[in-house]
Design a protein. Structure first.
Length: 427
């Protein structure tokens, strides 16, 4: 599967998706076992934990031999901001034009914001106050949402866009997954931490290798060297994370590594989902809005799972030694999920030639997260962040449309279906 992927990956975006396993060239080989088609037992795995550990090694090692890009994606632009966007009814058309130059490396394009995100990750390692925690969470989450919205999509152009049916199923599947983990912990006294930790570490290793590759590629003209350095550093970070207890790493070191791996996941996850409709994005967030409220306010399921399983799926800030809880937490879903809609609104604004869409949506996300923190302080209890983030981001899109063109602009936004990105050869 990977050999075929290496031969067929033709663009930078193709290469990144190949590393993530999003390009499936499995028809080039008949001797692999598809996880989607077979269970672990069907694959004759010697042991689930061993299989997950092998997956981790393969994910990190594959970053070292990934194919190099020969093409780069172009962002859609318009010649005239006043040209209306294409709608499903065909009453309006979008004017798309290839940019005159190739798409920039996302790290090179937004280097100051990436530097800020890196600096913010050091805040909880040197300061352990409530105020510093809020600076860390608010600053890093907002920067991540903005950076993700500016980076090129990793979803293949031929991928089917997210549908309304899939959006409706998302909270159902999330509930089943969460309650399954809860049942294992609460009723069967089975600790799923090892398998879950290995699996999420595998994804985090792949995500961090891509982030590090883009960072190295921004300062190096040699793609081979950038891929090698990024892959090696990612592999070392994952190994240190998994072996932190055996190596007796300090609390600060463990927290810093876990936060970087989790941040990489939150940064890249929205780039892999082909969300091309505002209505579908709003429906997805609406369902997860109800899911988050129920499992935080209606039961102890989410808190039990979040505190019992140690995996790079949250951002952590160590509390002072005399605190009841050792960490303050912000789930990656509270960053990555709203980022899907913010990214869509940013691309929609780019197609119209209007920057206000991305800036307004990002600012609304920051306001929503700040409201969640304020509510947490007021009621002295954990808050479902999506309760505040979903109305903020969905409302930002609708309010921006109203402000720029009234009811007609709202109808245009709701009817718009984003075209798949196109690619051009660069070198």
């Amino acid at each position: 599967m990977y050999a075929g992927c290496q031969k067929k990956a033709r663009t930078r975006s193709h290469k990144l998706r190949c590393r993530l396993g999003l390009l499936d060239y499995s028809h080039t080989s008949t001797n692999h076992c598809s996880p989607a088609a077979k269970s672990i037992s069907d694959c004759n795995s010697p042991h689930p934990a061993m299989l997950l550990y092998m997956l981790l090694l393969l994910t990190s090692a594959h970053a070292l031999v990934a194919p190099q890009p020969v093409c780069r994606p172009l962002s859609p632009t318009v010649y005239d901001k006043n040209v209306p966007l294409r709608t499903t009814s065909g009453r309006a058309r979008v004017a798309l034009a290839a940019a005159p130059t190739e798409t920039e490396n996302p790290v090179a394009k937004d280097a100051p914001i990436y530097a800020l995100a890196a600096a913010l990750q050091a805040v909880p390692l040197v300061l352990q106050t409530k105020e510093s925690h809020y600076v860390f969470f608010l600053g890093l989450a907002t920067a991540t949402v903005y950076l993700s919205s500016r980076a090129p999509s990793l979803a293949p152009p031929e991928a089917e866009p997210l549908t309304m049916k899939q959006a409706a199923l998302a909270p159902v599947l999330a509930s089943i997954s969460l309650f399954s983990l809860y049942a294992l912990i609460k009723y069967l006294s089975i600790d799923p931490s090892l398998g879950y930790r290995l699996l999420t570490s595998a994804f985090a290793g792949g995500a961090s290798s891509l982030v590090l590759y883009e960072a190295c590629d921004a300062v190096s003209d040699e793609d081979d060297r950038a891929a090698l350095v990024g892959g090696v550093i990612a592999f070392i970070l994952v190994a240190l994370y998994l072996g932190a207890d055996s190596l007796q790493l300090s609390l600060e070191a463990k927290t810093g590594i876990a936060n970087f791996l989790g941040w990489s996941l939150a940064l890249l996850a929205p780039r892999t989902v082909p969300l091309r409709s505002f209505g579908v994005g709003a429906a997805l967030l609406g369902g997860l809005f109800l899911y988050d409220i129920f499992f935080v306010f209606g039961s102890d399921v989410m808190m039990t799972v979040a505190t019992k399983i140690d995996a790079p799926v949250v951002l952590k800030a160590p509390n002072p030694p005399d605190s009841i809880q050792p960490y303050a937490l912000l789930g990656l879903g509270d960053v990555a999920l709203p980022s899907l809609l913010v990214s869509f609104l940013g691309r929609y604004g780019d197609a119209k030639g209007e920057r206000a869409w991305r800036l307004t949506a990002t600012s609304a996300y920051a306001v929503g997260l700040l409201a969640a923190f304020a509510a947490n302080e007021y009621v002295r209890a954990g808050q479902p962040a999506l309760l505040y983030l979903v109305p903020a981001t969905v409302g930002a899109g609708l309010c921006t449309a109203l402000a720029t063109g009234g009811r007609e602009a709202v109808d245009e936004l709701l009817a718009y279906k984003e075209p798949a990105p196109e690619y051009t050869r660069s070198r």
